[in-house]
Design a protein around this ligand. Structure first.
Ligand code: HEM
Length: 371
């Protein structure tokens, strides 16, 4: 008999929920080297250093995050322990390390940076006052471990900056294949991560942390879902990308010029380490066992979602890493541990090559959201 989800108590965080493999330092270094190959190739060809992955941005927004009052104790943890309103920055992206025509349709990412946060900090983030959450539009990560991700990434690294036409054709084929898979009730993560993502509006996406985080005394995954009617109307809305290499960004700019947007920030607590593992980021935690529950609302007023001035700030001067934030939101599991070195090294490369410091802001740079 299935238990009522409300009756299942959340698993308490303890350092033993993580089990690091002895070979992790080597795998993480190999992963960084593969990512370095991508960023060095794009730098060589364009003369500008970009993120090793998620290089193309589709919009950058200023927003405000409001933590809801009266949350039950297991949800009222870390940043969400007390009601409050914070300034925030959002950066929407797609996942390759090169800046491609949007016709090459790929998974989407979202970096959320909450500013002016108080509390004990993660190692390496002691002097910051931000909380970063980093999302993608799939409830799971494409690989269970960093080792598997490394083996997926190597062939993609080899195709960085190769003829775009070939990638366009590949994506069109994969979109057809994807529809076949979906027709049979499945969703092929592999196909999607190769470039078979439906060409939908970026603002209609629901985003997920994919991997686990500490949630104060507990363990959780996070998600950000469209909440306002105008945003919900964009869910699965197809975007015509013919002859529009930056069509996804154009649609974000067009929408945000006149509409406010509201998302729910939601927490899924781990209530069973067997069915909701921490070390395997490819396992979807069953929502029948533990549903996502809204803990905060994120609101962006109508604004300019992209400009040259914003690009200079967000593409060169900012990075979003799950390892910049509160100790209460410590990233957990093998994939999360791998990200610490990878994000710092990629940001450092950009800082060095572009001769622009990449640092955590203490307030929103005035150009973000302004014309
Ligand atoms: C082993 C796993 C992973 C590795 C090695 C990795 C690596 C990276 C690197 C190197 C960057 C660029 C950092 C920079 O220069 O600022 C990046 C950015 C990003 N990653 Fe990951 N990542 C991993 C897993 C994930 C997962 C699980 C998600 C989401 C669920 C994700 C979403 C993103 C997003 C959205 C960005 C762009 C952030 C921004 O706008 O600055 N990554 N990743």
């Amino acid at each position: 008999m299935r238990q009522d989800p409300a009756s299942q108590s959340p698993v308490r965080y303890h350092p033993a929920v993580e089990q690091a493999d002895p070979d992790e330092p080597q795998v993480f270094a190999d992963l960084d080297q593969t990512l370095a190959k991508i960023r060095e190739t794009t730098f060589e060809h364009s003369g500008h250093a970009r993120r090793s992955v998620h290089a193309k941005a589709h919009g950058v927004l200023r927003a405000q995050l409001t933590v809801l009052p009266d949350l039950p104790e297991p949800l009222a943890q870390g940043l969400f322990a007390r009601p409050g309103t914070y300034d925030a920055i959002l950066r929407f992206s797609t996942n390759p390390g090169d800046v491609l025509d949007d016709k090459v349709s790929l998974p989407r990412g979202l970096g959320l940076k909450v500013l002016g946060v108080e509390g004990a900090r993660l190692p390496g983030s002691e002097s910051d006052t931000t909380q970063n959450f980093v999302f993608a539009d799939s409830p799971v990560f494409a690989a269970p471990t960093a080792r598997k991700f490394l083996s997926n990434l190597k062939p993609l690294a080899a195709t960085t900056d190769v003829a775009e036409g070939a990638k366009k054709a590949l994506s069109a084929t994969l979109q057809v294949a994807e529809r076949v898979v979906e027709a049979f009730g499945g969703k092929s993560g592999k196909l999607i991560s190769l470039g078979g993502h439906a060409p939908t509006h970026v603002l209609g996406a629901t985003f997920f942390s994919g991997a686990a985080l500490r949630h104060g005394q507990y363990i959780a995954k996070l998600s950000l879902a469209p909440a306002s009617d105008a945003l919900k109307a964009l869910v699965d809305q197809k975007v015509d990308l013919d002859g529009r290499p930056d069509g996804l960004r154009e649609e974000v700019v067009r929408f945000m010029a006149v509409n406010p947007a509201q998302w729910d920030l939601r927490v899924q607590l781990c209530t069973d380490l067997e069915s909701m593992p921490v070390e395997d980021a490819s396992v979807e935690w069953p929502q029948e066992q533990s549903p996502y529950i809204t803990v905060a609302r994120l609101v962006a007023q109508p604004q300019t979602a992209w400009s040259e001035a914003v690009a200079a700030v967000s593409e060169d001067g900012l990075f979003f890493s799950p390892w910049r934030g509160l100790a209460d939101h410590q990233p957990l599991g093998n994939v999360m541990r791998a990200r610490k070195l990878a994000y710092e090294r990629s940001a450092q490369f950009r800082a060095d090559r572009n001769q622009t410091p990449v640092r955590e802001p203490s307030e929103i740079t005035p150009s973000i959201g302004r014309a």
